[in-house]
Ligand binder design. Structure first.
Ligand SMILES: [Zn+2]
Ligand SMILES: [Zn+2]
Length: 216
């Protein structure tokens, strides 16, 4: 059909009828995936526009990638609700919006009392062409030297302040939860002097390489 292109106009907000939710630029939303078996896409709305009659509403979105959708795939330290803010923009029909969601900072996510279905967190930006992350280095913890996965229970050593997975210190999760005080192996056996030298807070790993690389 050779219809002239209708001029676009920007909308401040738009109410998605089926879910009865009003969206605005800056909101995070769940969008219907191309295959029904896949989890909903997570996106941030950059702009809402309609044709001159106010119909055919489209949203300009910036995608959040799930770890599975990244070039490197899901890693052990990725949380189940982790998403990466990508550099991938798209235009989608507003009708594909299934609901609103919240993408928290890593810090505020770890402080949530309860994680709902529509709670996510983001600690990395992701370059969809190269697979690179920003930041490309991240603090690591425990004897296994892994970045923190907020889904995993960890216990903190009162000596060096490093965090440990119960399994890595030969403890069950139940035992770890019952602990009142915890000193890691090196802190309990090697005393105060060594403690000062073994401060681990500045350990980092390059997340593009094997995080299990030991620094000895
Ligand atoms: Zn560990
Ligand atoms: Zn310690």
């Amino acid at each position: 059909m050779a219809k002239p292109k209708a001029p676009k106009r920007a909308l401040d907000s738009y109410t998605v009828k089926p879910i009865n939710k009003t969206i605005r630029a800056g909101d995070c939303v769940l969008m219907r995936p191309s295959e029904p078996s896949k989890p909903s896409y997570v996106a941030r709305i950059e702009r809402i526009e309609a044709d001159s009659r106010g119909t055919n509403v489209k949203v300009q979105v910036r995608w959040y990638y799930r770890p599975e959708e990244s070039i490197g795939g899901r890693r052990q330290f990725h949380g189940s609700k982790e998403v990466f803010l990508s550099d991938h923009y798209d235009v989608q029909s507003a009708d594909t919006i299934e609901g609103k969601c919240t993408v928290h900072s890593f810090k505020s996510y770890t402080k949530l009392d309860a994680v709902g279905n529509d709670d996510f967190f983001c600690r990395f930006e992701y370059n969809s062409a190269t697979g690179a992350f920003n930041p490309d280095r991240v603090a690591v913890y425990c004897k296994c030297e892994m970045p923190y996965n907020p889904d995993d229970l960890m216990v903190q050593c009162e000596g060096c302040s490093d965090w440990f997975h119960p399994a890595c210190i030969e403890m069950t999760a139940e035992e770890a939860k019952r602990l009142d005080h915890f000193f890691c192996e090196s802190c309990s056996s090697e005393g105060q002097k060594k403690l000062q030298n073994s401060h681990n807070a500045s350990r980092h790993t390059d997340i593009k390489v094997d995080t299990k690389r030991r620094r000895r």
